[in-house]
Design a protein around this ligand. Structure first.
Ligand code: 2IP
Ligand code: CA
Length: 377
């Protein structure tokens, strides 16, 4: 399965390149950011260009993985549906064709004949990516593709991707918002149990060359299968002066903010955009725990970074379920799983993490957070 990991790293880099092209090519960028509303929205124009960029990245990942691992066909899912109905009621299915010309022709039909945009997008989709310089040699996993499913989030932290604020990242410092929060997330789980076994994250806007050569991305990966645990990141060293730091969504409930502020001190309570990015902050040690009490994230947001935390000895719990366990003993805690929908919901909500989540690296830190939140939610 090392070849699955290297294939996912490669296709995530291709996806990151499409995300960068959509922002760097001014013609595509104009489509990306313009709000097409009301009468000025051309009825043939597909919903909005951002959704199209998401869909085409997701379909590119699906196309490339299915071509390499046909046994996974039908088990590669993502946030977006590739079936659109445009303003005239015409139904269009967006897919990646075998040739760049074929993809450009198909995209032009959903871009109301905008051949410039269609060709630029098709070129990025069929372009071979730079190598990711990450070695996964010698990694063997006792898994076959027919046992696995995939969750794709083509561009997580959509709002930060569109807004596009640039940050010069500094080692060890959490920047709460900006382009660096936008992530390509590809998570692999066991169809039988729903456990995450492999995760690939690509941060397309990790470093901007001051000499004008544009943005460079950064890749992260992790595998966790039984006793086999490996990750591109090493476990972060404990921060100076001990203590516990927590990262939250800015929209978190006041009762949770107050409880955790009293636990870790107001200066160790941080906020950041992007569900995937906040879990990445825990992976990198920029925060020790990420708590979310709402059901506002989905399987595609959490599956990939969950696998990296498992590889590092941590995990991502269902918060509500885990708070219910009386003892709070480790074996009573409920890790998120990725194979079963919530049957009582419809559409994307079937795949929401309805019980909220807690992302953690260290069990003793997790216990302190769970004790603080017990009885408050
Ligand atoms: C979003 C994205 C948002 C997050 C939300 C996710 O996915 O990660 O940033 O909200 O929960 O579903 P918040 O930033 O408050 O954590 P997407 O950007 O793909 O819609
Ligand atoms: Ca998302």
């Amino acid at each position: 399965m090392a070849d699955l990991l290297s294939s996912l790293l490669r296709v995530a880099e291709k996806a990151a390149n499409v995300a960068r092209v959509c922002r760097q090519e001014s013609h595509l960028f104009q489509l990306l950011v313009q709000e097409k509303k009301g009468d000025d929205k051309n009825k043939k124009f597909i919903q909005d260009f951002k959704t199209l960029a998401d869909v085409i990245i997701q379909e590119m990942i699906r196309h490339d993985v299915e071509a390499r691992f046909p046994e996974m066909a039908g088990f590669i899912n993502g946030e977006e549906s590739n079936k659109f109905e445009n303003g005239l009621g015409e139904s269009v299915t967006v897919t990646v064709c075998g040739t760049e010309e074929g993809t450009a022709k198909l995209l032009a039909t959903v871009l109301d004949g905008d051949h410039t945009a269609a060709s630029l997008l098709a070129q990025a989709i069929h372009q071979d990516p730079q190598t990711t310089h990450l070695t996964t040699e010698g990694l063997t996993l006792p898994l076959s593709p027919s046992e696995l499913g995939i969750w794709i989030d083509p561009i997580d932290a959509t709002s930060q991707y569109i807004e596009g604020r640039e940050e010069v990242l500094e080692e060890g410092h959490l920047f709460p918002s900006g382009l660096h929060c936008a992530l390509v997330l590809i998570g692999v789980f066991l169809r039988s149990t729903g456990q995450p076994v492999m995760g690939v994250i690509n941060q397309p806007f990790n470093y901007k060359d001051p000499a004008g050569a544009g943005w460079r991305g950064k890749s992260f990966w992790g595998v966790s299968c039984g006793s086999i645990k490996a990750c591109s990141e090493s476990r972060p060293k404990p921060g100076p002066g001990g203590g516990l730091s927590v990262v939250l969504s800015s929209s978190e409930k006041p009762v949770v903010k107050e409880a955790l502020s009293s636990l870790c001190g107001p200066d160790k309570l941080m906020y950041a955009s992007g569900a995937g990015f906040k879990i990445l902050c825990v992976i990198q040690g920029l925060a020790d725990v990420y708590v979310l009490s709402e059901g506002s994230t989905f399987k595609w947001d959490s599956c990939a970074p969950h696998a990296l935390l498992l590889a590092l000895g941590g995990g991502v719990l269902d918060l509500t379920q885990s708070l219910k366990s009386s003892s709070g003993a480790q074996d009573q805690l409920t890790e998120l799983t990725y194979h079963q929908p919530y049957a009582e919901y419809k559409g994307a909500d079937r795949w929401a993490n309805h019980g909220g989540l807690v992302a953690y690296r260290d069990c003793s830190q997790l216990r302190k957070v769970m004790e603080t939140l017990k009885g408050k939610l």
